[in-house]
Design a protein around this ligand. Structure first.
Ligand SMILES: Cc1cc2nc3c(=O)[nH]c(=O)nc-3n(C[C@H](O)[C@H](O)[C@H](O)COP(=O)(O)OP(=O)(O)OC[C@H]3O[C@@H](n4cnc5c(N)ncnc54)[C@H](O)[C@@H]3O)c2cc1C
Ligand code: FES
Ligand code: FES
Length: 1421
């Protein structure tokens, strides 16, 4: 449909700005139907128990837009807008056929608003509040399941939906397996916690809170319940809940079913920690390992306080709805007949099922074809399945007809139910259920449909290959032709094109069952980067039918990911026809034929061609083994058949309480945790709408390097609601530049763009959606210029930023290492690479500027780690003194270094617009904009040469480190400095020459990220270790010990290792507690017995230097800084923590604050807080004497106040002793104040056929000194480890050859999810030395002798990579490979599989033709 087509007018007074145009076809076709059938434009539903009526809503809104437009519903967050993070999860209570109720967790960011009609919506506010939390919220909060808190509401609601569905007949059918193994949390991401405490909270909730009402039998799939409200009331303890209340209301702040519309409110008051302790029962919680852990107080679970399904909705009659305006119009038919009529009248109208494809197209691809949309998911004929009744019906069944728009979760349930009745006849259903288990995340499966999947015709559809293999058909219905069936194998025509007629509706998908007595097997497989919630790289469905002699009668081998459509391997099918299936020769000829079927060119779209080809062979090989075993015609080894398996995770923390102090050193939940979990915690975009506020959106470059010839923003300004446009001409040349170290980056591009995603302009409008739509209309004309993307290209072009720093030690200071190398017994050289890492904080960059017209000042709320830098540059662009700008930060939804510098331009841009319009301006970046603009961890490359003696002891190192800095300098120099000073990791290098190079490329400007270059450099160090061990054939653990530092030895920056070096004892202690040596032997035994499954284990130390100069004023981004600072203040002032209140950070209270980064937050701010408290204690001393030491602070402070004593104090602290100057080799001062150290042991299992893996166990021991708050530190350790695991094994940024970042959302960029964390995850803290004597770290002059812990453990995530490397080595050894293994991080399944380099990999190799290049570019190369 052309955009110019005029839409019909919806009923009621729909707004229309356009003049009627004669003969508009859509209007003509649809108006009669609207007049006859669609009489209302009103949505009626319930929100948290309250009735809501929304007349004629904005047709561009999804459910999240409506929710977030409500003042009291800000707990539902926008994290990605593409169904990939779960931050927007809400629960819909829906009534199904009969009196059946279901709670479904959905992604509000995709869910069509029209779909909420007739349902009951539960948001996080409906569960509880800080003063009256739901037990789930309380558990997650108190058990440290929340750090920055941005993910917490969504995760809690996913668990909540599961719990509510598990209830039947007065019992909950729920187990730890349901929580962890059935994919109920696979649609939720958390970037902070490492998931372990969240799982612990959920599992203990089930065991402890539901106890008595739990049924042992696991219920893997949600149960439909009858009249849950009445049943819940029956199991309630007498005198509790709704029945207990004389008013009939249980008083819950989220709203009780019995509240009258005006009887309760959902207030979000600031609450002191003590009030967070609600009336409690004492519960001693067991850790998942079964060990008793700390006692915790939790309110008892009261099922009657749950929101019931609003009685008014039981009798709700669905009615046809239509609403919209000149932009877009929505229909909601209530019957198939009505839908067919609409499609017949206007074939271009789009059917919307779960909207999981369509909404992506609308929002990200800005597709214009969705101007007329028909919501079909609530049509009974398309969504309800009539289960066969009784044995006879089951016996008569020859196919299963799945309704087209039934949710995939229900399809999965049906498959499992029917399978249990039909047995092997239903192996096609088993195959489909298996695909659906790993299809998207739970929230998507709860709404998405098979019809939607097939109509989309994605070449990597997970359902299509399984359905094609099964021989399925689709039933299509049109008004003229009626219903007819089409074989699915004929359905797909070409890329994303099917034989579905424009006016057709897919009503059913028909899956044939195997005829009785037939020997037939159907299986399906999927390989992705991440097991849960990831799109497939290759996906396959296989079916083979043999006769009684074992001869193949029918074979269908369908693949996704190998062609523009789901496709069958025709030659291979032909080759096996009529052959004995169990013969090895049949298998071999099939494998050869597969190579012909899928002869992909090197540059094929999607890349990974070598891996994809190898996978087709591996998956077929697995199917062959599985099928011959299942048919009983041959035997295959277990490891060739089974896929990687995961157990329910367990783990311990050793709960180290180091000090005898009252408050500091105690475990204490994050002070805001309850607010996070109840949704009351306010982030920038949750702040109330300001009067006259406008919203901004960025105009970004679509070229990596180009001259800007013209910019035309007239179409944007013509849009209704758009107010203005800014660019380079809106700010003076000198004020247009910013930069954290060198001021080299323009806020608005001038004349040229140097990176795809660079900001060219800014549009502002009355709403964020409108501003974004307008920004997309700005037309930029470019003249393309040559592009440099990779490190190799930059080296070749000598494209560097000036840096010039190097480290020299030993002979290098005299000018040459040649003499030392000449004396070395062994010299090994290599090149090691590591990709970048996206921060993927859940809250994207956001800022709100409020101009104060009266005095020309401006208040800015920003999600930033760096108040001071924001303030400096905002003042610069406004042309005012810094004192006129007050920067404020309450909390950040994660940052990890990514908001240290890259938050600055956002604050500046909104400030410029606010100044110009004299109106408040707000901007929150979309996920893709954030990833495109905000930089990543630096991809790095290292060229190294290392010399050792005969025993592998390192003598000298000569190394060049290159980082890909991107198009501006940002902090790349400082990141390189840290890399240079961490390339020793824990090993002594007598002679070293270390040079750092900052490559200037046309990519996003890379920036700080937790570890700041340290993890990359330590990874290089461990790569040297692997290379030495492998080439000298020395056991790598022995090699590490031989090279460890000893006290007094000098680092490459000439700092002596002091008594604080605990690595040797930690290696020993952790080895003992993790039973390392025995497990190492077990791994060898396992590997000798398994060909297609290999294990690896490794033990790696880390030391991370910490230092920073300056003052105080940290920001809270989930790392628990505010909590720790309250603890320090409470301890120093002798009061309880609940008497301390930390509101937010702002520059007019703490001038010139340091960025909260580099793990220094607690050190700097803690010592400064201590300093301030010491001043106060001095002033209060006379009053303590007068009233007694134990007198309450209120009395003492009041008396002091009466005497006009100043009760405010400014603390200041600067780290002493340090002051390294680069290039001073004579009398250098220390670079670092101290080293935080740690050791980790990790064991993994690798699927040799696919490259899939699981982490079986990780043990970590950290030396964090005397922790201020161990529970926060454990959380930091676990969270950092999992982030490191992502860096080294999973997270991969890919670029197109034109320099466009391809991986810019959770759909393509995968961070670890719930199922990726170590299955056993134990964390401990160093307590004593190797003689068993308790350590006190007295020599450290930090708060309570604690050490910074935010960054150091991240590198330990590399143990997963190095353990996988061991597993790959074992596989190569078994295949007789002798060449040295070269394996770069991240160790994705693709890299692991190809590194195994077995026969399949060799046979699948693809040779590039002249000039042919890979589809994607890795910029570390
Ligand atoms: C985060 C995320 C993860 C995903 N993961 C996967 C995955 O792992 N595997 C996978 O295969 N896919 C995946 N997808 C793609 C998508 O979820 C599926 O294709 C899904 O099945 C689409 O169903 P839907 O009901 O949401 O379709 P919709 O988006 O509602 O519609 C898609 C198309 O189907 C048409 N349509 C819908 N119903 C009918 C009907 N009854 N008759 C005719 N046409 C109809 C629509 O008009 C539209 O053109 C993912 C998507 C997202 C957003
Ligand atoms: S915001 Fe909806 S899934 Fe991320
Ligand atoms: S606490 Fe989960 S993303 Fe921060």
């Amino acid at each position: 449909m052309a955009a110019a087509d005029v839409l019909p007018s919806p009923p009621v007074a729909a707004v229309s700005c356009s003049q009627p145009v004669p003969a508009p076809s859509a209007a003509e076709a649809l108006t009669p139907l609207i007049q006859s059938t669609y009489r209302t434009s009103e949505l009626r539903f319930f929100v948290n128990g309250r009735r809501v009526c929304v007349p004629n809503p904005d047709p561009e809104w999804v459910l999240l837009d409506w929710i977030r437009a409500q003042d009291n519903l800000k707990g539902t967050k926008l994290g990605c807008g593409e169904g990939g993070c779960g931050a927007c999860t809400v629960v819909l209570q829906t009534r199904e056929k009969g009196r059946r109720l279901r709670h479904i967790a959905v992604n509000a960011c995709l869910f069509p608003l029209i779909g909420v009609d007739g349902k009951s919506l539960i948001t996080i506010e409906g569960l509880g509040t800080v003063s009256h939390p739901h037990p789930l919220q309380e558990r997650v909060a108190k058990m440290h399941g929340s750090q920055c808190g941005f993910c917490s509401p969504g995760i809690i609601l996913s668990i909540y939906g599961l719990v509510r569905n598990a209830y039947r007949d007065g019992k909950f059918r729920l187990s730890a397996s349901d929580i962890e193994m059935q994919g109920h949390l696979d649609g939720n991401l958390c970037r902070c916690t490492g998931y372990k405490p969240i799982l612990e909270a959920a599992k203990t909730f089930i065991v402890e809170d539901l106890k008595g009402n739990l049924v042992e039998e696991p219920a893997s799939y949600p149960i439909m319940v009858d009249d849950v409200a009445d049943k819940l009331l029956q199991i309630a303890p007498k005198g509790s809940g709704c029945r207990a209340s004389s008013t009939g209301s249980c008083g819950r702040l989220g709203g009780c079913c019995r509240d009258s519309p005006t009887s309760s409110s959902s207030s979000a008051s600031e609450t002191s920690p003590s009030s967070q302790q609600s009336s409690a029962t004492r519960a001693t919680s067991a850790s998942s390992s079964g060990k008793e852990t700390l006692p915790r107080d939790f309110a008892p679970y009261d099922p009657t306080a749950e929101l019931i399904f609003p009685p008014a909705l039981w009798g709700y009659q669905q009615h046809p709805i239509c609403y919209g305006d000149e932009r877009k119009i929505w229909f909601k038919p209530t019957s198939l007949e009505q839908l067919i009529q609409l499609k017949d009248a206007w074939p271009f109208a789009q059917i919307i099922g779960g909207a999981s494809e369509t909404q992506i197209e609308v929002r990200f691809k800005k597709s214009d074809k969705y101007r007329v949309c028909i919501y079909a998911s609530d049509i009974d004929e398309l969504s309800c399945f009539d289960e066969p009744q009784g044995d006879e019906e089951y016996l008569a069944l020859s196919k299963v007809s799945i309704p087209g728009n039934m949710s995939l979760s229900k399809v999965e349930e049906i498959c499992v139910t029917l399978l249990s009745r039909l047995g092997s006849r239903a192996s096609a259903l088993e195959a489909l259920a298996k695909q659906l288990r790993y299809f998207a995340g739970r929230q998507i499966r709860n709404v998405a449909s098979l019809a939607g999947n097939l109509a989309t015709a994605s070449p990597i559809s997970d359902a299509a290959p399984a359905l094609v293999a099964a021989g399925s058909t689709v039933t299509i219905r049109t008004k003229k032709e009626g219903s007819y069936d089409l074989p699915l194998s004929d359905f797909f025509v070409k890329y994303r094109t099917t034989r579905l007629p424009a006016n057709g509706v897919i009503t059913h998908i028909n899956i044939p069952l195997s005829p009785r007595e037939t020997l037939e097997v159907t299986k399906a497989y999927k390989q992705a980067k991440r097991k849960d919630d990831d799109i497939a790289i290759v996906t396959a469905g296989f079916r083979v039918r043999i006769d009684k002699d074992g001869i193949v009668q029918q074979a269908i081998f369908a693949f996704g990911g190998m062609a523009p459509t789901t496709t069958v391997a025709a030659k291979t099918q032909h080759v096996v026809q009529g052959k004995r299936w169990s013969d090895g020769t049949t298998r071999e000829s099939a494998i050869s034929a597969l190579l012909e079927d899928f002869d992909l060119p090197f540059s094929a779209p999607g890349g990974m061609v070598h891996y994809r080809k190898a996978l087709t062979l591996s998956l077929f090989f697995r199917f062959w083994n599985e099928s011959v075993t299942e048919l009983g015609i041959a035997q295959s080894s277990h490891d060739s058949v089974s896929e990687i398996h995961r157990e329910i995770s367990t783990g311990t923390r050793d709960h180290f309480v180091a000090s005898g102090t009252k408050v500091v050193g105690r475990e204490m939940p994050h002070l805001s945790a309850l607010k996070h979990c109840t949704g009351e915690a306010e982030y920038v975009d949750d702040m109330p709408q300001q009067k006259n506020e406008l919203h901004c959106a960025l105009v970004l470059s679509t070229k990596a390097h180009a001259r800007i010839l013209a910019v035309d923003w007239s179409a944007a300004l013509d849009m209704p609601g758009v107010v203005g446009y800014l660019d380079k001409d809106s700010v003076s040349r000198e004020n247009n530049n910013w930069g954290p170290i060198r001021v080299d980056e323009p806020l608005f591009a001038v004349d040229e763009v140097h990176s795809h995603g660079q900001t060219i302009g800014l549009v502002y409008a009355e709403s964020a959606l409108r501003a974004q739509a307008a920004a997309a209309k700005v037309r930029v004309t470019y003249e393309a210029l040559p592009v440099i993307l990779t490190i190799d290209q930059a080296i070749k072009a000598r494209s560097y930023f000036e840096h010039g720093k190097q480290l020299k030690k030993g002979a290098a200071i005299q000018g040459s290492l040649d003499g030392i190398f000449a004396k070395c017994k062994h010299i090994i050289e290599g090149r090691t690479k590591l990709g970048g890492q996206e921060h993927f904080y859940l809250e994207t960059n956001a800022a709100l500027a409020i101009p104060h017209i009266e005095d020309g000042t401006m208040e800015l709320y920003a999600s930033t780690q760096n108040l001071a830098e924001n303030q400096v540059f905002v003042a610069q662009v406004l042309g005012v003194p810094m004192s006129h700008v007050n920067m404020r930060v309450k909390r950040l939804g994660g940052a990890y270094g990514g908001k240290e510098s890259r938050s600055t331009p956002i604050a500046c841009l909104v400030a410029i617009a606010a100044k110009k319009e004299r109106r408040p301006m707000r901007m929150m970046l979309n996920r893709d904009e954030d990833i495109m603009t905000s930089g990543q961890r630096h991809p790095m490359q290292c060229k190294w040469k290392i010399g050792t003696d005969a025993n592998g002891v390192i003598q000298c190192l000569d190394v060049d480190i290159y980082n890909n800095a991107g198009y501006s300098l940002d902090m790349s120099g400082a990141v390189m400095d840290r890399a240079c000073t961490h390339i020793d990791n824990c090993y002594h290098i007598p002679h070293a020459w270390i040079r750092g190079w900052l490559c200037k490329t046309n990519t996003v400007s890379n920036t700080a990220f937790r570890g700041f270059g340290g993890p990359q450099a330590m990874y290089f160090a461990e790569s040297f270790m692997s290379a030495i061990a492998e080439s000298l054939r020395i056991d790598i653990d022995e090699l590490r010990v031989r090279n460890l530092y000893k006290q007094g030895e000098l680092t490459p920056f000439l700092q002596p290792i002091d008594i604080d070096f605990h690595i040797p004892t930690m290696l020993e202690q952790l080895s003992a507690s993790a039973d390392y040596e025995n497990r190492k032997k077990d791994v060898k035994t396992f590997n000798s017995k398994n060909r297609y499954r290999k294990r690896g284990i490794c033990k790696i130390p880390t030391k991370f230097g910490l230092s920073i100069l300056l003052h105080h004023g940290g920001t809270e981004m989930g790392q628990g800084l505010y909590t720790k600072m309250c603890q320090v203040a409470a301890e120093e002032l002798g009061v309880s923590v609940d008497q301390i209140f930390n509101k937010d950070s702002q520059t007019d209270q703490v001038a010139n604050p340091s960025p909260t980064a580099a793990s220094s937050g607690s050190d700097l701010n803690g010592m400064a807080v201590k300093n301030a408290c010491e001043q106060l204690n001095g002033r209060l001393a006379p009053y303590r004497k007068q009233f007694g030491q134990d007198a309450p602070m209120s009395v003492i402070a009041h008396a002091a106040y009466q005497d006009r004593v100043n009760l405010a104090a400014n603390g200041f602290w600067k780290m002493p002793r340090i002051g390294y100057k680069w290039g001073n080799y004579k009398d250098p001062l220390p670079m670092y104040y101290y080293f935080t150290q740690g050791v980790a042991i990790t064991e993994v299992e690798l699927d040799v056929l696919t490259g899939d893996h699981t982490v079986l166990r990780t043990d970590i021991m950290m030396d964090v000194g005397r922790s201020i708050n161990p529970s926060i530190d454990y959380g930091q350790i676990e969270g950092a480890f999992v982030q490191g695991q992502g860096l080294f094994t999973m997270e991969e940024s890919l670029w197109t050859r034109q320099g466009e970042l391809f991986t810019r959302g959770p759909g393509t960029y995968k961070i670890p999810g719930f199922s990726d964390i170590p299955q056993i995850f134990n964390v401990s803290m160093l307590r004593h030395d190797s003689d068993g004597i308790a350590l006190n770290w007295k020599h450290l002059r930090s708060i309570q002798s604690s050490k910074g812990v935010g960054e150091p453990p991240l590198f330990l995530g590399s143990t997963v990579f190095f353990a996988l490397r061991e597993a790959v080595k074992a596989a190569r050894e078994m295949n007789g490979m002798e060449e040295p293994l070269v394996l770069d991080a991240p160790g994705t399944p693709e890299k692991l599989r190809l590194a195994i380099d077995d026969e399949f990999v060799k046979r699948a190799s693809v040779t590039p033709k002249d000039g042919e290049a890979n589809f994607f570019v890795r910029i570390e190369e």
